[in-house]
Design a protein around this ligand. Structure first.
Ligand code: NAD
Length: 439
């Protein structure tokens, strides 16, 4: 199978731009065909995706269907259902002095857009933005992560067989390939990954005045209020923190709670880990592995940051790190100095809500803020007094599965957003139109 790495990045972009100029990507029918083809690719080749994702990250088939294939198919179906309605010109009111005129907005495709994906959900985080880019009528260069090589290979082989290959190209590779792509004139760059590379992307984009969407990470706190049902809290924390062995951008990074709740929560978390992964998580087919040795070493380096009350076991050869809870973690300890992005949950004690809010506001704006509380006042205060990409009360992660909610960060956790109609907005130009009759 030929994929685009045989071509120079400049030639790839020129080829896609030539397609875009023919206008072929603009009709609704073309856009729908591409989305349906993408869907077919995912459902007909789900086993290849499952095998690749298992090879790259030890993901179980169940997890692949839920968080990689199912989530992308869900995004496709939602877009197919609403695209026609979203694309309708939107009339706007005109001022009195222009009363004989009409005014409206339309969505214009941008042209050739680049989607750069990370390794942690290497299929979904590439394909979900691609859904939006195609739905908006663009040509797309898709760059999967080299750190999930098996998934990258499957995507490079399959995608051009299903989607119009004059309008979409997959470029595999690492820093040199991305660097060469970033030198080209693109019409939008959609980057998911870390803030260091986010800055490289934005600098390169500035050269061509190319707009960017940066989907970055950060430390998403989970505030646990006193008096909540800790067994429920613990099982929801475990389900969302240890999914994909903690390698999820919106995973709860750490817990903030008062000392009394903290000690009860430790026990509840131990029970919840046992219920979810059994006595030996290493033997659970549901539990993933750390992506590579560099990340494994980084993560095990955090284990001394607190008292391990759950887990802590690890094995470098298989890149296994048990679901781990660290208690009594100091705010300035290493595990609190960067996004963990692995299966370690530190519990940081604060006196109460005021201190929790101050703690959150002293740090970078997180991608998500979670809170478990029965108090509406506490929820209102957290909403009003903190800033984050999104908020989940009572259940982490679920907000990003709602296609009608925008997904994205703020400040250090990113800029711009996508999902559902927000993807269409991201990958389109909202063109303003005014029509004044001549007569
Ligand atoms: P990564 O290392 O796979 O990098 C992402 C992409 O950047 C890859 O395609 C890679 O080829 C490219 N890249 C790497 N170095 C580069 C360089 N010097 N110049 C140009 N391109 C380069 O993934 P990662 O950054 O380790 O991903 C983890 C981070 O991503 C975490 O911070 C996580 O929170 C964040 N993340 C955010 C989201 C979100 O939706 N907001 C989702 C997943 C991950």
């Amino acid at each position: 199978m030929v994929h685009s790495n045989a071509e120079h990045p400049g030639d790839v972009i020129a080829r896609l731009r030539a397609t875009f100029r023919t206008g072929r990507t603009k009709p609704l029918s073309w856009r729908r065909e591409q989305l349906i083809a993408l869907r077919t690719m995912l459902t007909e080749h789900s086993q290849e995706f499952a095998a690749a994702l298992h090879a790259d990250l030890g993901k179980s088939e169940r997890e692949v269907f839920r968080t990689e294939i199912g989530s992308t198919v869900g995004e496709i179906d939602h877009t197919l259902e609403h695209l026609e309605e979203w694309l309708r010109p939107e009339p706007v009111e005109v001022p009195e002095r222009l009363r004989t005129a009409t005014a409206w907005t339309v969505h214009d495709p941008l042209g050739v857009v680049l989607v750069i994906a990370p390794w942690n959900y290497p299929a979904h985080l590439l394909l979900a933005p691609v859904v939006g880019a195609l739905a908006a009528g663009n040509c797309v260069v898709a760059k999967p992560s080299e750190l999930a090589p098996a998934t990258s290979r499957v995507i490079a082989e399959l995608l051009p067989q299903f989607v119009d290959s004059d309008a979409l190209a997959v470029v595999e590779g690492a820093v040199p390939e991305v660097t060469a792509l970033l030198e080209q004139h693109l019409d939008h760059i959609f980057y998911t990954g870390n803030g260091t590379v986010g800055r490289i992307v934005m600098r390169a984009a500035a050269e061509h005045l190319t707009p960017v969407t940066l989907e970055l990470g950060g430390k998403s706190p989970a505030f646990v209020d006193q008096g909540t049902d800790l067994q429920t809290v613990a099982s929801r924390l475990v389900a969302t923190k240890f999914l994909n062995a903690g390698q999820t951008c919106v995973a709860p990074d750490y817990v903030l709670t008062d000392p009394v709740t903290a000690s009860k929560l430790e026990d509840a978390l131990e029970t919840a880990v046992q219920q979810t992964y059994g006595d030996d998580p290493a033997a659970s087919p549901e539990y993933g592995r750390i992506v590579n040795e560099r990340h494994f070493d980084r993560l095990t380096g955090f284990l001394g940051s607190g008292r391990p009350v759950v887990g802590g076991e690890h094995d470098r050869a298989s890149r296994y790190l048990a679901p781990t809870v660290l208690a009594g973690v100091a705010p300035d300890s290493p595990v609190m100095s960067e996004e963990i992005f692995g299966p370690i949950l530190p519990i940081v004690e604060v006196a109460g809500l005021d201190e929790a809010i101050a703690f959150i506001n002293e740090r970078d704006k997180p991608l998500a803020l979670y809170a478990f509380t029965e108090s509406a006042t506490t929820r209102d205060r957290l909403l009003a007094e903190t800033s984050s990409g999104g908020v989940g009360f009572g259940l982490p992660l679920a907000h990003l599965t709602v296609s009608d909610l925008p997904f994205g960060g703020v400040g250090e956790s990113g800029m711009g957003n996508y999902h559902g109609r927000y993807s269409l907005e991201t990958f389109s130009h909202r063109k303003a139109v005014l029509d004044m009759p001549l007569g």
